[in-house]
Design a protein around this ligand. Structure first.
Ligand code: SF4
Length: 398
């Protein structure tokens, strides 16, 4: 049984997409190649943290006992004066210092990204200077116990809401973002849970901040049903990991999965085995085709026998060595509510479970029940009759 380390939003998403990919990443720790857009995102996040750090005024956290801790503001606010924002030159210097070159496919791609970052960060600086936010925490790593599961996440920004409470904000450097994204993001739902388990104030709203357009997309705090849904998904992943359930699950994740050479769904057998396996697969395929052909022939022969038996009014037809015998099987389906009502009205509620068609069908043949009741029970259901053939040796069952 695998030990379950603290679960994050991305680890649960990975597990639910493909448990084997999760194992490659979180147990085997197979490395992934760096990607330019991840490096870019990391750089931009670091600069934004530097930019807004002077504006942070912490707020009360919860102690392990669930009490609100006091903050410096509780001592007269002398300590929590907000600092000044960076100048444009300082921002660009921070950008240069934080730049990560890993993963760009070409110098041209890297310089395109570099220019994009410069444009959006300087525009963001102007925006922030016009309307400075009120952060209480930046790049905050929060952990919590949630229904017995250890969960954690890194939250880009937590702000003080204008009317009290807290706002959660996650920066996105991606191309496109929609209102649907902010309404359904599991990442934001988890952050709400983490913040409310660590801070003394409730979460009021959740925002995905689209940096390319300087547009915040905001949704109100998640309703209980959304939190329950996420808890169920986290529970499913946690149970699967505990049970060492790491089956490959081919799907959308495969297109960006770098572990195909390790994955049984894609891994090729060793060269020395290929010829033997090729012959084996060919033999299996031809046997399967033969099986399908025989299935079809068998079905047609049974139908022909059935027509002959119907026409002649017989159930036994002899061959040279074996006898084909026609058997009848019936399957009943009942409307459980109607059956329940009939049984209760006749004081027979304990005689059969209305949801068990076989038990109700047995009542139809029970001579101790009044014939009218049996007829009404039959009317509360429907019957499907199936004929099939068995073979016996000509001189007895075989
Ligand atoms: S290639 Fe697809 S099925 Fe295999 S581990 Fe990766 S995501 Fe899973």
């Amino acid at each position: 049984m695998a030990a379950v380390a603290a679960l994050s939003y991305s680890s649960v998403r990975t597990y639910l997409e493909c448990p084997l990919r999760w194992k490659f990443l979180y147990v085997d720790r197979l490395p992934e190649a760096p990607r330019g857009y991840f490096s870019f995102g990391r750089t931009v996040h670091s600069v934004l943290e530097d930019l807004l750090r002077p504006l942070v005024v912490p707020t009360a956290r919860l102690t392990p006992a669930g009490d609100a801790q006091r903050t410096l503001d509780d001592f007269g606010g002398r300590f929590s004066a907000r600092g000044r924002l960076m100048s444009r030159e300082e921002l660009l210097a921070a950008y240069a210092a934080h730049w990560v070159s890993d993963g760009y496919v070409s110098a041209e791609e890297e310089s395109r990204y570099r220019l994009l970052g410069e444009t959006l960060l300087t525009a963001y600086l102007d925006d922030v200077a016009r309307a400075p936010p009120t952060p209480v925490a930046l790049e905050e790593h929060l952990e919590a116990k949630w229904e017995g599961m250890a969960v954690h996440g890194y939250i880009d920004r937590i702000d003080r809401a204008p009317d009290g409470g807290l706002e959660i904000l996650d920066y996105k450097t991606s191309r496109a973002l929609s209102d649907e994204d902010v309404r359904t993001s599991d990442q934001l739902t988890l952050y709400q849970v983490l913040v409310e388990k660590n801070y003394a104030e409730p979460v009021r709203s959740l925002t995905l901040y689209h940096l390319r357009s300087l547009r915040p997309l905001t949704a109100p705090r998640r309703a209980e049903e959304a939190v329950d849904g996420l808890r169920e998904r986290f529970g499913r992943a946690s149970d699967g990991i505990r049970a060492d359930s790491f089956e490959p699950t081919p799907g959308r994740a495969c297109s960006r999965c770098e572990f195909k050479s390790h994955c049984p769904e894609f891994k090729a057998p060793p060269d020395g085995e290929r010829a033997g396996l090729l012959a084996l697969v060919d033999r299996f395929a031809s046997l399967r085709a033969e099986e399908d052909r025989l299935d079809g022939e068998l079905r047609r022969a049974a139908e022909e026998l059935h027509r002959a038996a119907e026409r002649l009014g017989v159930h036994r037809l002899s061959g040279s060595a074996r006898v084909a015998i026609r058997r009848r099987e019936e399957e009943w389906r009942f409307r459980a509510a109607a059956v329940r009502e009939l049984l209760s009205a006749n004081g027979l509620a304990d005689r059969a479970d209305p949801d068990d068609p076989e038990a109700v069908a047995r009542l139809l043949k029970d001579p101790s029940l009044p014939a009218t009741l049996r007829r009404r029970l039959a009317e509360a259901g429907g019957r499907r009759v199936r004929w099939f053939w068995v073979l016996e040796d000509a001189d007895g069952p075989g």
